[in-house]
Design a protein around this ligand. Sequence first.
Ligand code: NAD
Length: 375
Amino acid sequence: MNYSIALVPGDGIGPEVIAPATEVLDAVGDLYGHVFHYVELEAGGKAIDSWGEPLPRATLDAAKQCDALLLGAVGGPKWETLPGHLRPERALLGLRAGLGVFANLRPAALLPQLKDACPIKDEVLRASNPQGKPHFDLLIVRELTGGIYFGERGRENEGKSAFDTETYSWEEIERVLRIGYRAAGLRRKRLCVVDKANVLESSRLWREVASVVAQEYPEIETSYLYVDNCAMQLIRAPGQFDVILTSNLFGDILSDEASVLTGSIGMLPSASLSDFVPGHKGPMGMYEPIHGSAPDIAGKDLANPLGTILSVGMMLRYSFNLEQEAAAVEAAVQAVLDSGLRTKDILNRNALPGTEKLVGTKAMGEAVYTALLKA
Ligand code: NAD
């Protein structure tokens, strides 16, 4: 089949991590008989330089015509002094809203090969893992286009007081819950709704909606947790979680917390969806690694491209319904890690001599490409 993919390499390390990811996609195409057609677009700092705005209309319009969007990262010191509405990161909000992608899926799994990069002790990890292994594998599903980041805000009292508003409608909560339940159905069939229902009225609505939607998914075990407890449980016993489903603000914070437990921000992919029905090709989805443009390492061949490559895996699974291809990309990443190749961010300085080899962005990408073709 043919697929069109909007490519937004962006700023900093963005183009460096996008290049190997498209090579891996091309290898998937060659192996499985698909054609991926790329439409390269500008957003973020690059778009500010050439168009005077972070998200030109032309970029959004062209992206909407594609089957999926793959983004590297946007932002950097060059644009930091611009007013808020002209900052590169505005492009992310504009793309999410413009593409209607309201559910953000962020897997956070501790891969066995990177176990030593996790700041949590082995025995703590083992205690919460159902098989007693020092690992965890969870998925955070975050509502992405509502809540306090989009609510009414302002200043009063001559600027001396400020307010932001958390507002959610039944429909907004229900639609993200459905995606969470469907994703849980593909995993270990457990979904934990995280809120602050002991204090916030909007959170009480989340529980109310969840209790209704849960009845449609009797095969999924639903539980509820307050966000402060969840933040603690993620450190205390991450192995207890399968899918965590939560609001925009809570999801933003919890997913960053979870990312630290996996060892490196460079390893983690994400998908932002407007729908997902297992077994069917999905509507336009947006895929990106969770890291930023990392200006400190940009242009040095130091960036870890695996988060972007795994984002491509999510694209194959969630937008194109190509499960076998997605699994092949994930297996190739595992094979490369098994072989001992490491970018600097995931190198274990205490590893036994000869077990790990430091490589750059390009070599890591090529290794995944080769592993995919060899499998
Ligand atoms: P960052 O994620 O860019 O970097 C944080 C740290 O992680 C840095 O030390 C960096 O070197 C390291 N790092 C990040 N990605 C890596 C990778 N793939 N491999 C190895 N190391 C990696 O976060 P930041 O420094 O807070 O932000 C830098 C810029 O990126 C800012 O302008 C910020 O607004 C922007 N940003 C963009 C996005 C996005 O485009 N989705 C997300 C977050 C931050």
